[in-house]
Write a new protein. Structure first.
Length: 421
């Protein structure tokens, strides 16, 4: 069996962190078996080397190795990509196509970002994992394949299971062995080593003398949170190598390259941003706006009923749940009597309003509708502008743009289609 050191050298894995060494060792141990492996760890920690190690040390090494980024394939085509399709299975399916599971027969498939797989695809995947069977899209013929699966994810799979976005049975089937890679901030001993390696690589690439960090810069490097892990460290080493005139870099120079330096020091270990949790500011803002829009629609519905019926008590009784929905939240700290008064105040509309007043109120209602549409539009414009700028900044690279925008590649893909970009 090849040693951990030799494998790290072969696959360009820098560092001597005990946790990373243990992960490489685990990969070497499971490689000769057909056990499914799930590689976990934050974005940019180096998960992609693990399936390569496993494949090349397995009896499948002469077979195919196919890496599939599940998050980057549109939902509509993913089944066909993975399992193939029959001619005429859908519009545009002019020929029968073999999917990755057929092509990689006897080899290994690396399912990157497996947490992004749509639920129907998860069902198909479970079947292949259980008995090697799959069916092409649009076919009824069961086919067999012999593929080893290594999957990777940078999201918390238990949360996905809780939210019913990922099947629990599939999770356990995929993670017979889990190999976790630690975030860079927990590998302090490797940070400067990695930086020096990247600086030397870029000096060679750009034919310039190697940049060198002064002591205070090294200190800053070690304190920084490194949310993007090794990928971020590598990018920063490249930027500094190219942009700085001086080859000796101090903390002040380095600060310019570290985003959110103020809020990131001292290093705080916080949860990674996740799509759908609205944990970044823009998404929180969108969520608040859309919630407000929904509340407004509910209120409009209620107001219209009151105007038409004129009997506030009856409307209250009949729309108990709607009223509860609009006024029922955040009640814990509110005096119930006060709340009741508030409700009554909002709901007090003159009974039997004369026709002209009703008409007047309706005109206002339609006016409100226009305003709301405008606001939604400008919100979309803003979103479109943000996406365009991010894509421009990253020269059309969706992965990097999605990362910057704090959304998944799949969501970005949908938005690109929605806005026809
Ligand atoms: N130990 C290491 N030594 C040298 N380079 C590394 C190491 N680990 C990662 N890298 C480099 O860091 C970058 C990110 O690694 P990788 O693509 O494997 O991340 P990942 O964990 O798959 O992230 P994501 O979840 O975003 O896909 C790559 O350029 C890779 O070569
Ligand atoms: Mg990856």
């Amino acid at each position: 069996m090849e040693s951990v050191q030799a494998i790290k050298q072969r696959f360009g894995i820098i560092g001597d962190d005990p946790k990373v060494n243990r992960s490489v060792e685990k990969a070497i141990q499971v490689a000769p078996t057909d056990i499914s492996v799930l590689v976990t760890g934050e974005s940019g920690v180096g998960k992609e080397s693990i399936p390569k190690i496993i494949h090349s040390l397995s009896h499948r090494k002469h077979g195919k190795y196919i890496a599939v980024n599940c998050g980057a394939i549109p939902e509509g085509t993913i089944d066909s990509e993975l399992f193939g399709h029959e001619k005429g299975a859908f519009t545009g399916a002019t020929q029968t196509r073999n999917g990755y599971f057929e092509v990689a027969d006897g080899g290994t498939i690396f399912l990157d970002e497996v947490g992004e797989l749509p639920l129907p695809t998860q069902v198909r995947l479970l079947r292949v994992l259980e008995n090697g069977e799959f069916i092409k899209v649009g076919s009824s013929k069961v086919q067999k394949t012999d593929v080893r699966i290594v999957a990777a994810t940078n999201i918390n799979m238990f949360e996905s299971i809780k939210k019913e976005k990922f099947r629990e049975d599939l999770y356990y089937r995929l993670s017979t062995v889990e190999i976790n890679l630690p975030p860079l901030r927990e590998r302090k001993g490797d940070i400067h080593l990695l930086f020096r390696k990247f600086a030397a690589d870029f000096a060679l690439k750009y034919k310039m003398p190697t940049i060198r960090l002064e002591d205070d810069a090294v200190e800053l490097l070690l304190k920084y949170r490194w949310g993007g892990n090794i990928r971020q460290l590598r990018n920063i080493a490249e930027q500094i190598s190219v942009l700085e005139q001086q080859r000796s870099i101090n903390a002040e120079d380095l600060k310019h390259y570290l985003p959110d330096i103020g809020s990131n020091l001292p290093a705080i270990i916080s949860e990674k941003r996740k799509e759908g949790d609205f944990s970044n500011e823009r998404e929180i803002l969108y969520k608040v706006l859309f919630d407000m829009k929904n509340d407004l629609n509910d209120l409009k519905k209620l107001t219209l009923k009151l105007m038409e019926d004129g009997d506030s008590k009856k409307v209250q009784d009949e729309n108990e749940s709607l009223i509860q929905k609009i006024y029922g939240e955040d009640e814990e700290d509110i005096d119930t009597e006060e709340l009741e008064n508030e409700r009554m105040e909002v709901l007090q509309i003159p009974q039997n309003s004369p026709k002209s007043e009703l008409q007047d109120a309706r005109d206002k209602y339609y006016f409100a509708e226009e305003i709301e549409e405008e606001e939604t539009l400008s919100l979309q414009d803003k979103e479109l502008e943000l996406i365009k700028k991010s894509l421009e900044r990253h020269a059309g690279k969706r992965k990097a743009a999605a990362e910057e925008l704090g959304i998944s590649e799949r969501t970005l893909y949908r938005k690109i289609k929605q806005y026809d970009l």
